[in-house]
Write a protein that binds this ligand. Sequence first.
Ligand code: PMP
Length: 295
Amino acid sequence: PATAPQKLWYDGELVDTGRLQATVHTHALHYGSGVFEGIRAYATKRGAAVFRLPEHLERMRKGAELLGMTFDVAEATEAVLATLRANRQGDAYIRPLAWYGDGSFGLDVAGHPQHLMVATSSTNVHLNGNRTRVSVSSWRRNPASALPPLKLCGAYVNSILAKREVKARGFDEAMFVDDDDFAVECTGANLFVVRDGRVTAVEHRDALPGITRDTLIRLIGAESRPVSMEELLDADEVFACGTAAEVTPIAEIHAGENAGRAYAAQSPVGREIADVYARTVRGDSAWSASWLTEV
Ligand code: PMP
């Protein structure tokens, strides 16, 4: 059994997890002025390896740049690897976070110190591979024209509202639909549909361009295009995917008082794709070598 991670990276050093505290004036705490990533490492035959680390850190760099932060990808890479080594982890969820710290209550970030931390955990944090019961949220996804789909801390209040809404209805996960009734994504995962053996990645400008989504498109040659709710509810299978969620078959989508769909329990295509993904992240596919960074 894995022990709880003891160390985390904070501003250039490995420190004991319990020792850190943020001050109540932390700018990011008030305004969400930070950017994070969700990354995974896997225990492979050649030891622990991080899946698609450069792509995750590049997405983080884009968010940091938007917030006016300096972000050194090489430093962040070292921070991730050093934290995993210090905690002697094989399978791990990795959470880097860059944020603005102590300062005034003004919205101008200038003058606030910037911090970088990396925490790791040994548990799954998202949908956990179980068949998930999804309900359509009445909230719209943050439009890309107002908040670009990057992992900016403040943007996730939108996901929190949707999650709270559908949990109160007794569902596991929320999905977003736009004004024209096109599917967007879930609170922390992208969507795929399967119809007559054909696999389609749901594309939407307001959705996070997921790295798992990109991985699956390359692995199985799926097409990517906008998908209406009508098409989604008419599909043979629907699954969600993300770094934490991996490939998670959806059991049902609740889309209002008398609308929705229960999908057949087997999800044969989704399960096969989940297997291919699992082999890839664990180093057992032809694609693995180029996507894994050894710890
Ligand atoms: N959408 C949202 C809103 C997310 O937070 C995530 C998780 N990062 C995803 C999709 C899936 O992205 P990825 O495959 O890069 O983890």
